[in-house]
Design a protein around this ligand. Structure first.
Ligand code: KIV
Length: 324
């Protein structure tokens, strides 16, 4: 118990005595208290890039999932089989209501990455570089990546682009910022190329492979392959020495990634072919909102057991005082 000792002086000749008067502890009830941080029994050591490489070499599939806030980061960290917690720029649409990832700012990304940081334990914390934060001058790119690491707490960054990004990947590598590249369908370029499956003809498949090889050569620690034929996903995976993380690239890539809201089923927007709903949170969530609203309307919420009681004697004392 917290005790605060107050010193009193009295006029009865005892002014030299310092009496210890315990002050009653202040008690507060909050509906939102910080959760107890329990260690999971099978808590896992922090995932490193070297460990991801080992997983790839051993043929153990890497599991990466997006996360945008503290609660989802806690959920990922509660599962030792999640390897990478990824603050994707899909944040723009699924959390912030933008219509495209191109609207997301670096400040917004940093704000969410900080929240994820607070909830992330063992998974490697990866964050997307938003559109316009790296396809700019070399100094600005470095400064922005450093902000994402320093202020956001990211342990690695991801960026979309092929061969043309090799120089940036190399530069970031020299200052110790690991880069995961992202090729194939690049949502940040949707204004130019739409949301189309890539690498479907021989020439375009050669282009995706060339991008992957150039990025590996530049020092990327992994490559996301989005929306390409599964045969090409497998082929590129076998050609590279670094891990490939697929999203719509078949099941033979070194790992998989999905958007939280897609796989949880909270997202009512477009569902891509490669999305599997692993839960139906939207139905349950909407039903919860409906039950709450109805209970407020018919006054069945809160019930007596959900309300605080007061001693009758105290209540009557209160009323008598009011009547005076
Ligand atoms: O921002 C994102 O969600 C992505 C996907 C690859 C998962 O980049």
């Amino acid at each position: 118990m917290l005790r605060v000792y107050a010193s009193h002086t009295s006029c009865g000749g005892l002014s030299h005595i310092r009496r210890k008067a315990p002050v009653p502890r202040l008690r507060r009830w909050m509906s939102v208290r910080p959760e107890q941080q329990h260690k999971t029994p099978d808590a896992r050591k922090k995932v490193t890039i070297a460990e991801l490489q080992k997983m790839r070499d051993a043929g153990t599939p890497i599991s990466m999932l997006t996360t945008y806030d503290y609660p989802s980061a806690r959920a990922l960290s509660a599962n030792p089989q999640i390897d990478i917690a990824f603050v994707g720029d899909s944040l723009a649409q699924v959390c912030l209501g933008h219509t495209s990832t191109t609207e997301l700012t670096l400040d917004e990304m940093i704000h969410h990455t900080r929240a994820v940081r607070r909830g992330t334990k063992h998974p490697l914390l990866l964050a997307d570089m938003p559109f316009g934060s790296y396809n700019v001058s070399a100094e600005d790119t470095l400064r922005n990546a450093v902000r994402l690491v320093q202020q956001g707490g990211a342990e690695a960054v991801k960026m979309e682009g092929g061969v043309e990004l090799a120089g940036v990947v190399r530069r970031l590598g020299t200052i110790g910022i690991p880069v995961m590249a992202h090729i194939g369908l690049m949502p940040q370029r949707c204004n130019a190329s739409g949301f189309r499956v890539q690498g479907r003809d021989a020439e375009s498949a050669r282009g995706v492979l060339a991008d992957a090889l150039a990025l590996e050569d530049a020092g990327a620690f992994a490559v996301v392959l989005e929306a390409i034929p599964h045969k090409l996903g497998e082929y590129i995976t076998n050609r590279l020495r670094i891990p490939t993380i697929g999203i719509g690239a078949g099941n033979m890539t070194s790992g998989q990634v999905l958007v939280w809201d897609d796989m949880m089923g909270t997202w009512a927007g477009h569902k891509a072919k490669f999305v599997r709903r692993f839960a139906d949170v939207k139905t349950e969530r909407d039903a919860g909102v409906q039950r709450y609203a109805a209970a407020v309307r018919d006054r069945s919420f809160p019930s007596a057991t959900e309300s605080y009681a007061m001693d009758d004697a105290e209540w009557n004392k209160f009323l008598r005082h009011e009547e005076k």
